[in-house]
Design a protein around this ligand. Structure first.
Ligand SMILES: [Zn+2]
Ligand SMILES: [Zn+2]
Length: 165
């Protein structure tokens, strides 16, 4: 009785993670503010108005400013869970160039169990409490509310991420 699973198969073909926007929307729906990354896995640069922080920066930056720019400027300060913003026209051009999606689970009070392969996913299905899941290239992310210490390679193919550097 999980009607949403089927709808997810419609796009993306053999590459469920080939569409960063879809991954972003799934993570955002789970409460993780996301930020698109371009080639080299770095944030997109600021727009002309925001160049060199000429706009003063965003309200959620260390040096808080008035910037309300609709583009993903100011790197992490632009991370959002707002699906309307993520699917806006302004972000559409960003998604065409995006190669990955970054998010900060600790900042969102989430813990992510990163299951790298089908064996790890099978282990999680038998062992972990059911929760929100997001498909990745080779496996799945399982997202839990609340923190727990990060640990890499808890078992082969499994990482626990709370605070990502
Ligand atoms: Zn801007
Ligand atoms: Zn700005």
């Amino acid at each position: 009785m999980t009607p949403h699973c089927k709808a997810r198969r419609l796009a993306g073909g053999n590459h469920p993670d080939g569409n960063p926007l879809r991954t972003a929307l799934a993570l955002a729906a789970a409460g993780a503010p996301i930020l698109p990354l371009r080639a080299g896995k770095v944030p997109f640069g600021n727009c002309r108005t925001c160049k060199a922080n000429a706009c003063g920066g965003r309200p959620n930056m260390k040096a808080a400013g008035p910037c309300q720019c609709p583009s993903p400027c100011h790197a992490w300060a632009a991370a959002t869970t707002d699906p309307h913003l993520l699917t806006s026209l302004v972000w559409a051009s960003v998604w065409r160039e995006a190669v990955a999606v970054a998010y900060h689970p600790g900042g969102a009070g989430l813990t992510v169990v990163d299951l790298d392969n089908t064996a790890a996913v099978a282990w999680a299905r038998e062992t972990l409490p059911a929760t929100r899941t997001v498909r990745t290239t080779r496996g799945e992310h399982w997202l839990y509310q609340g923190g727990m210490p990060s640990a890499n390679a808890v078992r082969p193919g499994i990482d626990i991420k709370y605070l990502m550097q």
